[in-house]
Design a protein around this ligand. Structure first.
Ligand code: SF4
Length: 341
């Protein structure tokens, strides 16, 4: 019989299994602690469990299903993992250290079906959704390998999280749970290009989790060229969903805007962005584009980035300019691409 992976399994499934085996339910707490706090990678290490239970666990479950194929370290401390999930597919997961905390950037799909023209992942195509257990395992594997705890989680790696809604939702039930990784909802951010009905649903399901929306253009024609799914979900529809989300959650939305030289970075573009975002509870995060092979786009110059920011600020919109991290190992925004089958 094929063993089931214990990492990322919903706590309710572990309680049910213990009950079926005639084991007391308090054993679940010990198992959770071994998995998520101590990152035990063998049942032998679970020393406070009776030998009979360890043998039963070993006969039924595996601890992890993935294999780390490569670890790359950047000069700035960013670490990129290439993780293989059998039977098919690899994803990249990035740990970004800051002065007093660490951010972990998670992937949710092998490749991405959205196909943004400036993004290496989108250009590489789509293979499949990650399962919820695989998403949880990304956190487990990186924390275990690095011997650290990630303070912030961002779903900004490969894939569009809201197109893999059920698996991301279930993964968060484990990641956020006191019986899982115990990561606070306010320290988690889900980033989307804008799937209107899913944005509203997300606001109802996870009102405390931060939402980031990738806007990238203030007009449908330009946006549909940069983000092809805009042909299906127009700016007006996505903005309508963002307004509904804000009415549900009353929590600030981060608007991500990647700047490309003379494509979407003029002062007129900035004025249009300001008009669309007027009176909304948002914060704009400007991201100077990164050079991606196969893409002909050039990153905006620092002067154009500053000028764009000034136009927004003059109109009362809060703006930050994101620092580039992990560029020397292709770990920056839009650069993740390896999805070998
Ligand atoms: S930017 Fe995000 S949504 Fe667009 S192709 Fe890349 S991974 Fe997918």
């Amino acid at each position: 019989m094929e063993k089931r992976n214990l990492i990322g399994l919903l706590p309710s499934d572990i309680y049910s299994w213990l009950e079926t085996e005639g084991e007391p339910s308090f054993r679940a707490q010990q198992i959770f602690q071994w998995i998520y706090e101590k990152k035990a990678d063998s049942f032998d290490k679970m020393s406070n469990l009776p030998l009979t239970l360890r043998e039963k666990l070993d006969g039924t479950f595996s601890l992890g299903s993935s294999r780390v194929e490569e670890v790359q370290k950047s000069k700035d401390g960013t670490v990129k993992f290439l993780i293989r999930f059998p039977p098919q597919g690899t994803v990249e997961t990035v740990l970004i250290p800051h002065l007093d905390h660490r951010t972990l950037c998670l992937s949710t799909q092998v490749g991405c079906p959205v196909g943004c023209t400036f993004c290496a992942t989108g250009l590489a195509g789509f293979r499949r959704n990650l399962t919820y257990q695989e998403i949880v395992e990304e956190v487990w594997v990186v924390e275990k390998e690095m011997g650290v705890v990630a303070n912030n989680l961002v779903f900004m790696g490969m894939g569009e999280p809201l197109l893999n809604y059920e698996n991301v939702h279930r993964a968060l039930q484990v990641i956020n749970s006191p019986e899982g990784f115990r990561k606070g909802a306010r320290r988690i951010t889900v980033s989307t290009v804008g799937i209107p009905d899913k944005i509203v649903k997300w606001g109802r399901d996870w009102p405390e989790v931060n939402l980031a929306w990738s806007m990238h253009a203030p007009r449908d024609e330009l946006r549909s060229w940069l983000i092809p799914i805009n042909k299906v979900y127009s700016l007006e529809q996505v903005l309508g969903a963002i307004k509904e989300y804000l009415a549900i959650t009353h929590r600030r939305v981060t608007v991500e805007y990647t700047l490309w030289q003379e494509i979407n970075d003029s002062k007129e573009d900035a004025q249009e962005v300001a008009k669309l975002l007027k009176n909304l509870l948002v914060h704009v995060n400007l991201i100077p584009g990164n050079l991606v092979s196969y893409s002909t786009f050039s990153p905006s110059s620092p002067e154009r980035v500053k000028a764009f920011a000034s136009v927004l600020e003059e109109r009362g919109i809060k703006v930050t300019i994101r620092k580039r991290r992990g560029q020397d190992i292709q770990a920056a925004c839009g650069e993740l691409y390896r999805i070998y089958s």
